[in-house]
Design a protein around this ligand. Sequence first.
Ligand code: ZN
Length: 280
Amino acid sequence: MHLLTFLRHEKAEPGVLVDASQIVSLSSIAADMIALIDDWEAHSDKVMALMQQGERIALDRVRLLAPVPRPGKIFAIGLNYADHVEESGMDMPPHQIWFTKAATAVNGPFDPIEIPRSSFTTDYEVEMVAVIGKGGRHISTEDAPSHIFGYCVGNDVSERMWQMRTPQYSLGKSFDTHAPFGPWITTSAAAGDVHALDIRCSVNGEVRQSSNTRHLIFNVWQQVAELSQAMTLEPGDVIFTGTPGGVGGAMKPPQFLKPGDVVRCEVEGLGSIEATCRPE
Ligand code: ZN
């Protein structure tokens, strides 16, 4: 199942994909995606019924927002593919390196990415994104799969100068529009083996990153276990699971994003997101 959030008459509504070109609103079931996820066991049968009987809306007539437009938390892991560790000139991390992205950085899957006024080192990072379903604390790696509601494609857009000039990444990772993800949440059951998916990013049609999620250093279950030792994970929390090699900042010479550039990110089976860059 593929769950999404769309804008109709200026109002965000949760919805579900019924085929490649049509959706059905789920606003009669839940006010928003977090409410839908929070009580999924009670809602899933109703969603299934609406997929059969609900009024269909053409996908190309609506604007998709990020499937969770305002997550409670967004965490992202650094240096989690070996080739990205190498191109960054870093050592293999003994521990998971976590930073946050601000909730205000969330952006729709096809909305423009802003090149900020205060910087010129905007970079892309395609990532598989996990969305928490059942919350909890001290979740084991064995239990982690049952706590993940589903998966999306994300772009952990990064302002490299702001990211690198202090020991803390979060500011450089939190500019407005710099956390696009979507186009929908593919539920865990429909996503298959999430540690065997091709992952790719292209800029203006040129492939820059191409890998497979089997190359994650810390897999998704280990990530959920680690985060939940520190904090309570809640429905709708979002985890960016790491980017493979090929980021623009590591190219020689570096190739940062410019206004007009088109960045496309895709993960096998989860869909694709695409943004045109524009000046703030
Ligand atoms: Zn990243």
